[in-house]
Design a protein around this ligand. Structure first.
Ligand SMILES: [Zn+2]
Length: 185
């Protein structure tokens, strides 16, 4: 019986280690972002932020074995676009994007960690260098807005006042929405 118990520990221990490690591993790793999410379907994310200037149809067809690579490439392109809109080009930048199911899951994560009652769909958390977004509400403009926050808060030694940051990120969102025809020209 003792032998059996020991064997069971030996079998389960590596699995539990693996489970913990898997939680910490990014699903997709690009030049500018590591992407995290539970059971995240790359296609669903790509559909929501699809824009011809960010992802080429060719790359989807040539990399069908790993859509997470296409996602990484798309997010890197989005980062470059947001940098161009703001005209802020950083020497080195790397941030995390955590995609959650919906805003209720986002609220429960922030509530558990920071006792924060957060009812919106997305935010950039400077302390964690992480953008949190709800997949259900995800749009290109919204993600670009949060990438704008990540860039602005890492670029300035003294971060600009909140209102100034919102104006800058609103400008990014407006430009992206105009581009994807969410706003007429
Ligand atoms: Zn904002």
């Amino acid at each position: 019986m003792k032998k059996f118990f020991l064997l069971l520990i030996c079998i389960t221990f590596p699995f539990s280690l693996f489970a913990q490690e898997r939680k910490l591993l990014p699903l997709s790793e690009g030049k500018y972002f590591s992407v995290y999410g539970d059971n995240l379907n790359a296609i669903l994310v790509l559909e929501k932020i699809n824009s011809p200037s960010l992802v080429s149809v060719d790359s989807i067809f040539t990399k069908t074995d790993n859509l997470y690579d296409v996602l990484a490439e798309t997010l890197d392109n989005l980062y470059s676009e947001v940098s161009d809109i703001l005209d802020i080009h950083m020497y080195s930048f790397h941030s995390k994007i955590h995609i959650v199911r919906d805003k209720f899951q986002l609220n429960s994560i922030l509530n558990r960690r920071y006792k924060m009652d957060f009812t919106k769909e997305a935010l950039y958390l400077h302390e964690e260098n992480t953008i949190y977004v709800s997949l259900e509400d995800l749009t290109l403009g919204m993600l670009g807005h949060e990438i704008g926050h990540a860039i602005v808060s890492r670029y300035f030694v003294v971060p600009p006042p909140v209102k100034v940051q919102e104006v800058l990120c609103g400008y990014v969102e407006y430009n992206l929405r105009k581009k994807t025809k969410e706003i007429p020209h």
